[in-house]
Design a protein around this ligand. Structure first.
Ligand code: NDP
Length: 313
């Protein structure tokens, strides 16, 4: 093996948690190296306006906010790199992390900020037509279906937000809700229900996405009436929540039954000393940019303290 690169503080992931950890770790002179992962900037890069992040009185577009975070981390001296962690070896300290299946980094401390990803229904047709009308991001792909009929599945705040977004672009939005009520906050539900071109289908399950090379309709079953219908649509958006990106740590780090990493209460500490977790990969409750950023700060401070105690910094 060629000589292994050694770093004090390795950060995996580049959403608000990872970048904030990088800002704090840089300022503490930990010389952090951050690998951005498959989707630099994370989930905020596939959203529109963020109105609830303090410090932006007029709101900010999600992708721009992530550019701002990245630039701030860079200005503080963080070494931000393209690349994805593909394997970890936390069996002995210093830890080792493989990048892009080709090189290993040796790290005195590791901060995990790998976030969460969209969930899918699991239909064969959904997978087959992914990218051909099936999408998990209305904000990214809605534009391609301007002035057309589209469907969206889900009943949380994300589904409501995306349905409203689509209603401004598309002729009609068919919203499929599997129960007789929505999980979304009242204010979002009201906005959806007041929008004339959003039609809500209660108690409805998507049986299949139809279309040969691209989506042309969806087959829905209404569980209350047992009626099956086919609705012509050009796109099918899936907005049914997210799963934590923690597969890399299976069997290595403690996680709950949904795969969220478990951190010690009031800290970012995992079950392995010197390995910290922050952001959505360890938070299934709040999942906000600002809470992710806050936990990124905690992780960097915890890493700094750990390195200090170990005499490594
Ligand atoms: P949620 O987990 O809140 O909601 C997921 C929705 O998808 C639920 O309505 C669920 O139905 C439905 N669902 C799950 N699996 C299926 C399935 N197989 N078929 C059909 N429907 C399914 O996820 P969100 O992404 O909406 O939100 C995540 C978090 O982020 C929440 O805390 C939310 O409040 C927050 N958020 C806040 C926003 C804001 O404040 N502006 C914007 C977006 C998100 P069921 O209810 O039956 O379980």
């Amino acid at each position: 093996m060629s000589e292994i690169e050694k770093v004090h503080c390795l950060i995996i992931g580049s959403g608000p948690a990872g970048y904030t950890a990088a800002i704090y770790a840089s300022r503490a002179n930990l010389k952090p190296v951050l690998y951005q992962g498959l989707q630099p900037g994370g989930q905020l890069t596939i959203t529109t306006e963020v109105e609830n992040y303090p410090g932006y009185p007029n709101g900010i577009m999600g992708p721009q906010m992530m550019v701002d975070f990245e630039q701030q981390a860079q200005r503080m001296g963080a070494d931000i790199r393209w690349g994805m962690a593909t394997k970890v070896d936390f069996s002995k300290h210093p830890y080792k992390v493989e990048i892009d299946e080709e090189k290993w980094i040796q790290a005195d401390s590791v901060i995990i900020a790998t976030g969460a990803s969209a969930k899918w229904l699991g239909l064969e047709s959904e997978q087959r037509l992914n990218g051909y009308g099936v999408s998990a991001c209305a904000v990214c792909d809605g534009f391609f279906f301007k002035n057309q009929e589209v469907a969206i599945v889900g009943a949380g705040d994300t589904a409501c937000e995306e349905a409203l977004y689509l209603s401004k672009l598309c002729t009609n939005v068919h919203m499929l809700v599997r129960r007789s009520e929505m999980r979304a906050s009242k204010v979002m539900q009201e906005r959806v229900l007041k929008t004339p071109n959003i039609k809500v289908y209660w108690n409805s399950e998507t049986l299949e996405v139809l279309g040969d090379k691209k989506v042309d309709s969806i087959k829905i079953l209404n569980h209350a009436t047992k009626e099956e219908i086919v609705v012509p649509v050009k796109a099918f958006f899936v907005a049914i929540g997210h799963q934590p990106n923690s597969a890399l740590f299976n069997g290595i780090l403690d996680m709950d039954d949904q795969g969220y990493l478990i951190t010690k209460p009031g800290s970012s500490k995992t079950n392995i000393e010197g390995v910290f977790a922050c952001g959505d990969v360890q938070d299934k409750i709040y999942r906000q940019a600002v809470t992710a950023a806050g936990s990124g700060c905690m992780a960097a401070l915890d890493a700094e303290r750990y390195l200090g105690e170990k005499g490594l910094h």
